[in-house]
Design a protein around this ligand. Sequence first.
Ligand code: CTP
Ligand code: MG
Length: 232
Amino acid sequence: MYNSRRVVSVLLAGGKSQRFSLNVPKQLFELNGKPIIEYSLYVFETNPLVDEVIVTVNSLFIYEIERICSKFNKVRKVVEGGETRSISSRIGVLSIDEENSYVLIHDSARPFVTHSLIEELLKKVEETGAVIPCVKSLDSLAQIEDGRVVKVLERDKILRVQTPQCFKYEVIYLAYKSTEGTFIDLPDDSSLVIQKNLATVRVIEGDINNIKITTSEDIKIAMSILGTFQVT
Ligand code: CTP
Ligand code: MG
């Protein structure tokens, strides 16, 4: 509970890991003997502010994920996700029972979410109803069209977006409810809130270790974050 609201985490694990080349969905890949999804499940389970977790899964791996989730008391529901991340998020959000809540939407592919990140998000969310963690981009980014650079974006106006993203229930519920029955495929949840003009999205400092596992190369980085991998 936080501010007398229930805290619900929607943990997204419904993807197919198409960019991950290790013949196993990345959320089930064992990092130091533990499936990647278990890292964030453990943090939510042991965080005193989080009340419940709803997990979205791909039907192909539902058995494996349900088995893992059964070890965690706070997992209330395991629901089948959708074709895109946005659709899985919508299914997760629309399956929340408690209206008086804050919602944390998190990629299971980010194993290194921390208690302090969760707490900082919850501290900030009451202001506008939407807050996301971001980190600086160390490189400048180029905007391209047809293989041609049309603009090099200024580094200090660009941030890299992470999860968990935190919303008041009424903000994220209205955002996804308004898309019901339509195909949506956005980069993250805050994009939809901005598109629907439902809240000002605030930013807090993310965590550079809160990386998303996308390709198998990211496993090396994850191992070095775990402190068990010697970078040579
Ligand atoms: N996700 C989901 N449902 C989908 C697609 C993605 O729940 N239809 C989840 C993934 O499981 C992941 C998170 O959203 O934890 C971020 O997505 P991404 O890193 O793109 O994972 P995948 O879609 O599985 O990977 P890829 O795009 O390489 O197939
Ligand atoms: Mg994807």
